[in-house]
Design a protein around this ligand. Sequence first.
Ligand SMILES: *[C@@H]1O[C@H](CO)[C@@H](O)[C@H](O)[C@H]1NC(C)=O
Ligand SMILES: *[C@@H]1O[C@H](CO)[C@@H](O)[C@H](O)[C@H]1NC(C)=O
Ligand SMILES: *[C@@H]1O[C@H](CO)[C@@H](O)[C@H](O)[C@H]1NC(C)=O
Ligand SMILES: *[C@@H]1O[C@H](CO)[C@@H](O)[C@H](O)[C@H]1NC(C)=O
Length: 199
Amino acid sequence: MSNSKDTPPPTVQRRQPHVTRCVAIVVLVLILLTLFVIAVIWLAVQPKKLIFSIEHSSITGNNATAGNSTFHCLLRSRNPNKRVSFQFKRIEVEATYRGTKLFNGSVAPFRQPVRNVTEVEVDLPEVRAALQAKEADQFKAERAAGVAKMEVKATGKMNMKIGVFKVHRTVTAACGPYDVPFKESEGFRWVDCHTDISY
Ligand SMILES: *[C@@H]1O[C@H](CO)[C@@H](O)[C@H](O)[C@H]1NC(C)=O
Ligand SMILES: *[C@@H]1O[C@H](CO)[C@@H](O)[C@H](O)[C@H]1NC(C)=O
Ligand SMILES: *[C@@H]1O[C@H](CO)[C@@H](O)[C@H](O)[C@H]1NC(C)=O
Ligand SMILES: *[C@@H]1O[C@H](CO)[C@@H](O)[C@H](O)[C@H]1NC(C)=O
């Protein structure tokens, strides 16, 4: 009786640390295995950059710089990847003149499948009274000549999807400076953007 009572406790005490160590090892191995699989998939897929560009752009609308005009452009996104797709959330777009933001707005969310080209029509309203007097004079002179040297910048949060894996990234694109005409009919110019994807 006393024997059978005495024997169980030591075995229980001996087993418990063994079990927790086993569980810890299994969990560790699973984590390492998962990381390894992710790394292998990542290396096998090697996501390529997105390529943003701008097809025609123009500035239309009222007369003045601090007035009522609109910057139109066609933003083109090319996804050269075979296995990577993108889910864009809001993309903020702005058009600057000599470093001053003159127009801004955003593009509605869209999904870009693999090996796809998507073109988005962008209309940016004018930012009120943004130019200093000197810049405003220069802008007016360029408008009188028919074109203004503008730069377009786009920044968008997105999800990058590789199979079942999804990672958050930010895409930034800088386009120009390039000549933007004040007539819609003359607005056909192709501009490649410097496109980057960052964390
Ligand atoms: C622009 O507006 C000014 C007054 O604000 C006017 O004198 C001028 O004629 C206008 N120019 C054009 C091209 O509409
Ligand atoms: C701006 O344009 C809109 C429509 O094109 C017009 O209704 C409005 O009066 C204009 N505002 C100014 C300040 O010119
Ligand atoms: C445009 O710029 C203004 C002023 O910087 C900012 O308040 C606004 O949120 C911007 N709009 C968009 C759509 O990014
Ligand atoms: C790109 O994807 C969009 C959205 O799924 C689709 O509407 C469009 O037709 C695709 N374009 C090409 C060239 O495959």
